[in-house]
Design a protein around this ligand. Structure first.
Ligand SMILES: NC(=O)N[C@@H](CC(=O)O)C(=O)O
Ligand SMILES: [Zn+2]
Ligand SMILES: [Zn+2]
Length: 425
Protein backbone atom coordinates (compact mmCIF):
# COMPACT_ATOMS: atom_id res chain seq x y z
CA UNK A 1 0.00 0.00 0.00
CA UNK A 2 1.49 3.33 -1.09
CA UNK A 3 1.82 6.13 1.47
CA UNK A 4 1.05 9.71 0.41
CA UNK A 5 2.48 12.92 1.79
CA UNK A 6 0.05 15.72 0.94
CA UNK A 7 2.09 18.91 1.26
CA UNK A 8 0.88 22.40 2.06
CA UNK A 9 -2.85 21.65 2.21
CA UNK A 10 -5.45 23.58 4.21
CA UNK A 11 -7.67 21.28 6.28
CA UNK A 12 -11.05 23.02 6.07
CA UNK A 13 -10.51 26.61 7.24
CA UNK A 14 -7.08 25.94 8.79
CA UNK A 15 -3.59 27.16 7.87
CA UNK A 16 -1.56 25.17 5.30
CA UNK A 17 -0.04 21.99 6.73
CA UNK A 18 1.09 18.51 5.65
CA UNK A 19 -0.95 15.29 5.83
CA UNK A 20 0.66 11.86 5.82
CA UNK A 21 -1.70 9.13 4.62
CA UNK A 22 -0.53 5.61 5.41
CA UNK A 23 -2.23 2.21 5.91
CA UNK A 24 -5.68 3.63 5.25
CA UNK A 25 -5.56 6.35 7.87
CA UNK A 26 -4.32 9.89 8.30
CA UNK A 27 -1.10 8.96 10.13
CA UNK A 28 0.24 12.46 10.85
CA UNK A 29 -0.74 16.10 10.45
CA UNK A 30 1.72 18.95 10.86
CA UNK A 31 4.19 21.31 9.21
CA UNK A 32 7.38 19.97 7.57
CA UNK A 33 6.64 16.22 7.65
CA UNK A 34 9.29 14.06 5.96
CA UNK A 35 8.33 11.84 3.07
CA UNK A 36 10.31 8.64 3.67
CA UNK A 37 8.86 6.16 1.17
CA UNK A 38 5.68 8.25 0.62
CA UNK A 39 4.61 9.68 -2.73
CA UNK A 40 4.59 13.48 -2.40
CA UNK A 41 1.60 15.48 -3.65
CA UNK A 42 2.02 19.26 -3.74
CA UNK A 43 -1.36 20.56 -2.55
CA UNK A 44 -0.53 24.27 -2.41
CA UNK A 45 -3.79 26.21 -2.74
CA UNK A 46 -5.93 23.12 -2.13
CA UNK A 47 -8.39 22.42 0.67
CA UNK A 48 -8.82 18.99 2.28
CA UNK A 49 -12.37 17.98 3.21
CA UNK A 50 -13.68 14.76 4.70
CA UNK A 51 -14.82 12.62 1.75
CA UNK A 52 -18.29 13.67 0.67
CA UNK A 53 -21.25 11.37 1.47
CA UNK A 54 -24.37 11.34 -0.70
CA UNK A 55 -27.59 10.26 0.99
CA UNK A 56 -29.52 10.12 -2.29
CA UNK A 57 -28.06 8.61 -5.48
CA UNK A 58 -29.77 6.68 -8.27
CA UNK A 59 -27.31 4.14 -9.70
CA UNK A 60 -29.89 2.41 -12.00
CA UNK A 61 -28.34 -1.06 -11.63
CA UNK A 62 -29.97 -3.56 -11.81
CA UNK A 63 -32.25 -2.82 -14.74
CA UNK A 64 -31.17 0.36 -16.52
CA UNK A 65 -27.47 -0.19 -17.04
CA UNK A 66 -27.75 1.90 -20.22
CA UNK A 67 -28.38 4.97 -18.02
CA UNK A 68 -25.91 4.19 -15.19
CA UNK A 69 -24.21 1.26 -13.50
CA UNK A 70 -22.90 0.88 -9.99
CA UNK A 71 -19.43 1.26 -11.47
CA UNK A 72 -20.09 4.32 -13.68
CA UNK A 73 -22.05 6.04 -10.91
CA UNK A 74 -19.27 5.23 -8.42
CA UNK A 75 -16.72 6.79 -10.77
CA UNK A 76 -18.90 9.92 -11.17
CA UNK A 77 -19.15 10.06 -7.37
CA UNK A 78 -15.39 9.77 -6.80
CA UNK A 79 -14.77 12.50 -9.40
CA UNK A 80 -17.26 14.65 -7.50
CA UNK A 81 -15.28 14.20 -4.27
CA UNK A 82 -17.52 11.50 -2.75
CA UNK A 83 -16.28 8.51 -0.76
CA UNK A 84 -19.73 7.06 -0.02
CA UNK A 85 -23.13 7.07 -1.70
CA UNK A 86 -26.50 5.68 -0.63
CA UNK A 87 -28.11 3.93 -3.61
CA UNK A 88 -31.86 4.41 -4.01
CA UNK A 89 -34.11 1.37 -4.30
CA UNK A 90 -36.09 2.24 -7.48
CA UNK A 91 -34.17 -0.17 -9.67
CA UNK A 92 -35.58 -3.02 -11.76
CA UNK A 93 -36.01 -5.35 -9.96
CA UNK A 94 -36.71 -3.05 -7.03
CA UNK A 95 -34.28 -3.30 -4.09
CA UNK A 96 -36.98 -4.73 -1.82
CA UNK A 97 -35.28 -8.00 -0.82
CA UNK A 98 -32.05 -9.03 0.90
CA UNK A 99 -30.94 -10.55 -2.42
CA UNK A 100 -31.11 -7.32 -4.42
CA UNK A 101 -29.55 -5.07 -1.75
CA UNK A 102 -26.71 -7.59 -1.36
CA UNK A 103 -26.19 -7.59 -5.13
CA UNK A 104 -25.89 -3.77 -5.23
CA UNK A 105 -23.61 -3.79 -2.18
CA UNK A 106 -21.35 -6.44 -3.80
CA UNK A 107 -21.19 -4.52 -7.09
CA UNK A 108 -20.11 -1.46 -5.11
CA UNK A 109 -17.32 -3.39 -3.41
CA UNK A 110 -16.15 -4.78 -6.76
CA UNK A 111 -16.03 -1.30 -8.33
CA UNK A 112 -14.06 -0.13 -5.28
CA UNK A 113 -14.40 3.59 -6.03
CA UNK A 114 -16.74 4.67 -3.21
CA UNK A 115 -18.61 2.86 -0.45
CA UNK A 116 -22.00 1.98 -1.93
CA UNK A 117 -24.63 1.68 0.81
CA UNK A 118 -27.90 0.29 -0.56
CA UNK A 119 -31.20 1.81 0.54
CA UNK A 120 -34.05 -0.70 0.78
CA UNK A 121 -37.60 -0.17 -0.47
CA UNK A 122 -40.30 0.45 2.15
CA UNK A 123 -43.00 -1.41 0.21
CA UNK A 124 -42.91 -4.42 -2.12
CA UNK A 125 -42.21 -3.23 -5.65
CA UNK A 126 -42.63 0.41 -4.48
CA UNK A 127 -46.34 -0.28 -4.93
CA UNK A 128 -47.32 1.24 -1.58
CA UNK A 129 -49.45 -1.77 -0.61
CA UNK A 130 -47.48 -3.94 1.82
CA UNK A 131 -44.21 -3.62 3.68
CA UNK A 132 -41.08 -5.11 2.10
CA UNK A 133 -38.83 -7.45 4.12
CA UNK A 134 -37.21 -4.60 6.07
CA UNK A 135 -35.74 -6.88 8.74
CA UNK A 136 -34.13 -9.25 6.25
CA UNK A 137 -32.53 -6.30 4.43
CA UNK A 138 -31.28 -4.88 7.74
CA UNK A 139 -29.77 -8.27 8.70
CA UNK A 140 -28.24 -8.88 5.24
CA UNK A 141 -24.59 -8.31 4.35
CA UNK A 142 -25.65 -4.87 3.09
CA UNK A 143 -26.80 -3.90 6.63
CA UNK A 144 -29.54 -1.59 5.33
CA UNK A 145 -30.57 1.20 7.71
CA UNK A 146 -32.31 3.64 5.35
CA UNK A 147 -35.55 2.61 3.64
CA UNK A 148 -37.27 4.63 0.93
CA UNK A 149 -39.82 4.25 -1.86
CA UNK A 150 -38.20 7.29 -3.51
CA UNK A 151 -39.74 8.08 -6.86
CA UNK A 152 -43.00 7.34 -5.05
CA UNK A 153 -44.44 8.64 -1.81
CA UNK A 154 -45.47 6.21 0.94
CA UNK A 155 -48.90 7.83 0.75
CA UNK A 156 -50.86 5.42 2.98
CA UNK A 157 -50.54 6.79 6.53
CA UNK A 158 -51.07 3.38 8.12
CA UNK A 159 -48.22 1.83 6.10
CA UNK A 160 -46.01 4.81 6.92
CA UNK A 161 -46.75 4.37 10.59
CA UNK A 162 -45.96 0.66 10.47
CA UNK A 163 -42.70 1.28 8.60
CA UNK A 164 -41.62 3.84 11.22
CA UNK A 165 -42.49 1.37 14.00
CA UNK A 166 -40.63 -1.47 12.32
CA UNK A 167 -37.30 0.32 11.80
CA UNK A 168 -37.25 1.70 15.33
CA UNK A 169 -36.01 -1.69 16.58
CA UNK A 170 -32.66 -1.27 14.79
CA UNK A 171 -32.51 2.55 14.72
CA UNK A 172 -33.37 2.63 11.04
CA UNK A 173 -34.84 5.60 9.23
CA UNK A 174 -37.60 6.06 6.67
CA UNK A 175 -36.61 8.49 3.90
CA UNK A 176 -39.79 9.91 2.45
CA UNK A 177 -40.37 11.29 -1.06
CA UNK A 178 -43.01 13.76 0.12
CA UNK A 179 -45.64 14.07 -2.59
CA UNK A 180 -49.38 13.68 -1.99
CA UNK A 181 -50.21 11.84 -5.24
CA UNK A 182 -53.81 13.06 -5.39
CA UNK A 183 -52.53 16.66 -5.57
CA UNK A 184 -49.99 16.03 -8.33
CA UNK A 185 -51.94 14.03 -10.89
CA UNK A 186 -50.67 14.99 -14.35
CA UNK A 187 -48.28 17.58 -12.89
CA UNK A 188 -45.52 18.81 -15.17
CA UNK A 189 -43.86 21.62 -13.19
CA UNK A 190 -44.26 23.85 -10.10
CA UNK A 191 -47.80 25.27 -9.78
CA UNK A 192 -47.49 29.04 -9.97
CA UNK A 193 -47.30 32.01 -12.28
CA UNK A 194 -44.97 30.31 -14.75
CA UNK A 195 -47.09 27.14 -15.05
CA UNK A 196 -50.17 29.30 -15.64
CA UNK A 197 -48.39 31.25 -18.36
CA UNK A 198 -47.05 28.09 -20.04
CA UNK A 199 -50.35 26.20 -19.66
CA UNK A 200 -48.67 23.24 -17.95
CA UNK A 201 -50.38 21.30 -15.13
CA UNK A 202 -48.95 22.40 -11.79
CA UNK A 203 -47.37 20.47 -8.85
CA UNK A 204 -48.42 22.60 -5.86
CA UNK A 205 -46.10 23.23 -2.91
CA UNK A 206 -48.83 21.98 -0.57
CA UNK A 207 -48.54 18.45 -2.01
CA UNK A 208 -45.08 18.28 -0.43
CA UNK A 209 -45.87 20.25 2.72
CA UNK A 210 -48.98 18.21 3.61
CA UNK A 211 -47.02 14.93 3.59
CA UNK A 212 -44.13 16.37 5.61
CA UNK A 213 -46.59 17.74 8.19
CA UNK A 214 -48.32 14.36 8.44
CA UNK A 215 -45.06 12.44 8.63
CA UNK A 216 -43.43 14.54 11.35
CA UNK A 217 -46.56 13.93 13.44
CA UNK A 218 -46.36 10.19 12.75
CA UNK A 219 -42.63 10.13 13.58
CA UNK A 220 -43.34 12.03 16.79
CA UNK A 221 -46.15 9.64 17.70
CA UNK A 222 -44.02 6.56 17.09
CA UNK A 223 -40.78 8.07 18.43
CA UNK A 224 -38.96 6.94 15.30
CA UNK A 225 -36.64 8.55 12.75
CA UNK A 226 -37.90 10.28 9.62
CA UNK A 227 -35.72 11.71 6.86
CA UNK A 228 -37.29 14.01 4.26
CA UNK A 229 -35.88 13.71 0.74
CA UNK A 230 -35.31 16.69 -1.59
CA UNK A 231 -37.16 19.44 0.35
CA UNK A 232 -38.15 22.08 -2.20
CA UNK A 233 -40.48 24.72 -0.71
CA UNK A 234 -40.39 27.56 1.82
CA UNK A 235 -43.49 26.09 3.48
CA UNK A 236 -41.74 22.75 4.02
CA UNK A 237 -38.92 24.58 5.78
CA UNK A 238 -41.44 26.09 8.23
CA UNK A 239 -43.00 22.67 8.97
CA UNK A 240 -39.53 21.22 9.60
CA UNK A 241 -38.51 24.16 11.78
CA UNK A 242 -41.53 23.66 14.05
CA UNK A 243 -41.05 19.89 14.22
CA UNK A 244 -37.39 20.22 15.15
CA UNK A 245 -38.24 22.81 17.80
CA UNK A 246 -40.59 20.21 19.35
CA UNK A 247 -37.84 17.60 19.35
CA UNK A 248 -39.19 15.35 16.59
CA UNK A 249 -36.49 13.00 15.24
CA UNK A 250 -36.56 14.39 11.72
CA UNK A 251 -33.74 15.23 9.31
CA UNK A 252 -33.97 16.72 5.84
CA UNK A 253 -32.00 17.18 2.65
CA UNK A 254 -32.01 19.69 -0.21
CA UNK A 255 -30.54 19.13 -3.67
CA UNK A 256 -27.99 21.40 -5.37
CA UNK A 257 -30.49 22.17 -8.15
CA UNK A 258 -33.17 23.33 -5.71
CA UNK A 259 -30.56 25.67 -4.18
CA UNK A 260 -29.74 27.26 -7.54
CA UNK A 261 -32.40 26.92 -10.23
CA UNK A 262 -36.00 28.17 -10.45
CA UNK A 263 -39.18 27.24 -12.32
CA UNK A 264 -38.42 29.93 -14.91
CA UNK A 265 -36.12 27.35 -16.54
CA UNK A 266 -39.27 25.58 -17.77
CA UNK A 267 -39.76 28.49 -20.18
CA UNK A 268 -37.06 26.88 -22.34
CA UNK A 269 -39.21 23.71 -22.61
CA UNK A 270 -35.88 21.87 -22.29
CA UNK A 271 -36.72 18.63 -20.41
CA UNK A 272 -33.30 18.67 -18.77
CA UNK A 273 -35.00 21.02 -16.28
CA UNK A 274 -37.85 18.59 -15.57
CA UNK A 275 -37.33 17.10 -12.13
CA UNK A 276 -39.29 15.81 -9.19
CA UNK A 277 -40.04 17.71 -7.00
CA UNK A 278 -40.05 20.48 -9.59
CA UNK A 279 -37.85 23.56 -9.60
CA UNK A 280 -39.64 26.18 -7.49
CA UNK A 281 -39.59 29.98 -7.18
CA UNK A 282 -36.83 32.39 -6.16
CA UNK A 283 -38.59 32.80 -2.77
CA UNK A 284 -38.33 29.05 -2.19
CA UNK A 285 -34.66 29.02 -3.24
CA UNK A 286 -33.89 31.80 -0.73
CA UNK A 287 -35.72 29.94 2.08
CA UNK A 288 -33.88 26.69 1.28
CA UNK A 289 -30.50 28.43 1.35
CA UNK A 290 -31.28 30.04 4.71
CA UNK A 291 -32.57 26.73 6.13
CA UNK A 292 -29.42 24.92 5.08
CA UNK A 293 -27.18 27.59 6.61
CA UNK A 294 -29.21 27.47 9.86
CA UNK A 295 -29.42 23.69 10.09
CA UNK A 296 -33.19 23.34 9.68
CA UNK A 297 -32.11 21.38 6.60
CA UNK A 298 -29.27 19.04 7.58
CA UNK A 299 -27.81 17.85 4.30
CA UNK A 300 -27.12 18.61 0.65
CA UNK A 301 -27.94 15.38 -1.23
CA UNK A 302 -27.59 15.14 -5.00
CA UNK A 303 -30.64 13.08 -6.06
CA UNK A 304 -28.32 12.13 -8.96
CA UNK A 305 -30.94 10.82 -11.43
CA UNK A 306 -29.34 9.66 -14.69
CA UNK A 307 -31.65 9.06 -17.63
CA UNK A 308 -30.95 7.66 -21.10
CA UNK A 309 -31.15 10.09 -24.04
CA UNK A 310 -34.45 8.65 -25.32
CA UNK A 311 -36.07 9.19 -21.92
CA UNK A 312 -34.90 12.80 -21.68
CA UNK A 313 -34.56 14.29 -25.16
CA UNK A 314 -38.23 14.23 -26.07
CA UNK A 315 -41.27 16.41 -25.51
CA UNK A 316 -41.47 17.88 -21.99
CA UNK A 317 -44.62 15.92 -21.10
CA UNK A 318 -43.03 12.57 -21.99
CA UNK A 319 -39.59 13.17 -20.50
CA UNK A 320 -38.64 11.41 -17.25
CA UNK A 321 -37.97 13.71 -14.31
CA UNK A 322 -34.44 13.86 -12.90
CA UNK A 323 -31.01 15.46 -13.24
CA UNK A 324 -27.39 14.40 -12.83
CA UNK A 325 -25.73 15.70 -9.66
CA UNK A 326 -22.67 13.84 -8.43
CA UNK A 327 -20.01 15.53 -10.55
CA UNK A 328 -21.23 19.08 -9.94
CA UNK A 329 -22.59 19.14 -6.35
CA UNK A 330 -19.49 20.55 -4.64
CA UNK A 331 -19.21 23.27 -7.30
CA UNK A 332 -22.83 24.32 -6.76
CA UNK A 333 -22.31 24.38 -2.97
CA UNK A 334 -19.24 26.56 -3.47
CA UNK A 335 -21.13 28.82 -5.86
CA UNK A 336 -24.06 29.23 -3.45
CA UNK A 337 -22.28 29.40 -0.08
CA UNK A 338 -18.72 30.45 -0.97
CA UNK A 339 -15.71 28.88 0.79
CA UNK A 340 -17.50 28.13 4.09
CA UNK A 341 -15.63 24.83 4.43
CA UNK A 342 -16.93 23.85 7.84
CA UNK A 343 -20.52 24.33 6.66
CA UNK A 344 -19.82 22.37 3.47
CA UNK A 345 -18.13 19.54 5.43
CA UNK A 346 -21.04 19.39 7.86
CA UNK A 347 -23.81 19.37 5.25
CA UNK A 348 -22.10 17.22 2.61
CA UNK A 349 -20.09 14.77 4.72
CA UNK A 350 -20.51 14.62 8.50
CA UNK A 351 -24.30 14.96 8.75
CA UNK A 352 -25.11 12.52 5.92
CA UNK A 353 -22.63 9.97 7.38
CA UNK A 354 -24.33 10.29 10.78
CA UNK A 355 -27.83 9.93 9.33
CA UNK A 356 -26.82 6.87 7.30
CA UNK A 357 -24.82 5.40 10.21
CA UNK A 358 -21.71 5.00 8.07
CA UNK A 359 -18.79 4.53 10.43
CA UNK A 360 -15.45 5.72 9.09
CA UNK A 361 -17.15 8.24 6.79
CA UNK A 362 -17.74 11.91 7.55
CA UNK A 363 -14.65 12.24 9.75
CA UNK A 364 -12.41 15.31 9.40
CA UNK A 365 -8.78 14.65 8.40
CA UNK A 366 -6.91 14.34 11.72
CA UNK A 367 -4.37 11.87 13.13
CA UNK A 368 -5.92 8.39 13.31
CA UNK A 369 -8.94 9.25 11.13
CA UNK A 370 -9.78 6.90 8.27
CA UNK A 371 -8.27 8.46 5.15
CA UNK A 372 -11.54 9.16 3.35
CA UNK A 373 -10.90 12.63 2.03
CA UNK A 374 -11.08 14.89 -0.96
CA UNK A 375 -8.78 17.68 -2.15
CA UNK A 376 -10.52 20.67 -3.73
CA UNK A 377 -9.04 23.52 -5.75
CA UNK A 378 -11.41 26.38 -4.87
CA UNK A 379 -9.73 28.83 -7.27
CA UNK A 380 -10.25 26.67 -10.36
CA UNK A 381 -13.18 27.29 -12.67
CA UNK A 382 -14.45 24.77 -15.19
CA UNK A 383 -16.92 24.67 -18.02
CA UNK A 384 -19.34 21.74 -17.69
CA UNK A 385 -19.22 19.61 -20.85
CA UNK A 386 -21.85 16.85 -20.73
CA UNK A 387 -19.77 14.62 -23.02
CA UNK A 388 -16.87 14.71 -20.54
CA UNK A 389 -18.88 13.45 -17.55
CA UNK A 390 -18.14 9.98 -16.18
CA UNK A 391 -21.83 9.24 -15.76
CA UNK A 392 -23.34 7.12 -18.54
CA UNK A 393 -26.06 9.75 -18.90
CA UNK A 394 -25.84 13.35 -20.12
CA UNK A 395 -28.77 15.07 -18.37
CA UNK A 396 -26.89 17.78 -16.49
CA UNK A 397 -28.76 21.09 -16.12
CA UNK A 398 -25.38 22.88 -15.99
CA UNK A 399 -24.22 22.18 -19.57
CA UNK A 400 -21.72 24.81 -20.76
CA UNK A 401 -22.01 26.74 -17.50
CA UNK A 402 -18.78 27.88 -15.82
CA UNK A 403 -18.69 26.65 -12.22
CA UNK A 404 -16.18 27.27 -9.42
CA UNK A 405 -14.06 24.54 -7.83
CA UNK A 406 -12.44 21.37 -9.06
CA UNK A 407 -11.90 18.05 -7.29
CA UNK A 408 -8.18 17.34 -7.63
CA UNK A 409 -7.96 14.10 -5.64
CA UNK A 410 -10.17 11.72 -3.67
CA UNK A 411 -8.91 9.04 -1.27
CA UNK A 412 -10.92 6.02 -0.13
CA UNK A 413 -9.33 4.41 2.94
CA UNK A 414 -5.94 5.79 1.95
CA UNK A 415 -6.06 4.72 -1.71
CA UNK A 416 -6.57 7.39 -4.36
CA UNK A 417 -9.70 6.95 -6.49
CA UNK A 418 -9.06 10.29 -8.22
CA UNK A 419 -5.65 11.90 -8.84
CA UNK A 420 -4.98 15.07 -10.81
CA UNK A 421 -8.72 15.36 -11.47
CA UNK A 422 -8.85 11.95 -13.20
CA UNK A 423 -10.29 8.66 -12.02
CA UNK A 424 -7.53 6.22 -11.13
CA UNK A 425 -9.48 3.21 -12.52
N1 LIG B 1 -35.87 13.15 -8.79
C1 LIG B 1 -36.38 12.75 -9.93
O1 LIG B 1 -36.89 13.59 -10.67
N2 LIG B 1 -36.35 11.47 -10.32
C2 LIG B 1 -35.88 10.34 -9.56
C3 LIG B 1 -36.89 9.87 -8.58
C4 LIG B 1 -37.03 10.75 -7.37
O2 LIG B 1 -36.02 11.17 -6.77
O3 LIG B 1 -38.16 11.03 -6.95
C5 LIG B 1 -35.53 9.22 -10.51
O4 LIG B 1 -35.37 8.07 -10.09
O5 LIG B 1 -35.31 9.50 -11.71
ZN1 LIG C 1 -37.89 11.53 -4.91
ZN1 LIG D 1 -34.43 10.41 -5.97
Amino acid sequence: MTAYLIRNVRVLDGEPTDLLVRDGVVAEVGGGLTAGDATVLDATGLVALPGLVDLHTHLREPGREDAETVESGSRAAALGGYTAVCAMANTSPVADTAGVVEQVWRLGREAGLVDVQPIGAVTVGLAGERLAELGAMADSAARVRIFSDDGHCVADPRLMRRALEYVKAFDGVIAQHAEEPRLTEGAQMHEGEVSTRLGLTGWPAVAEEAIIARDVLLAEHVGSRLHVCHVSTAGSVEVLRQAKARGVRVTAEVTPHHLLLTDERAETYDPVFKVNPPLRTATDVAALRAALAEGVIDVIATDHAPHAVEDKECEWAYARPGMLGLETALSIALDVFGPQWDLIAERMSRAPARIAGLTGQGVDPAPGAPANLTLVDPAARRVIEPAELASRSRNTPYARMTLPGRIVATFLRGEPTVLDGKAVK
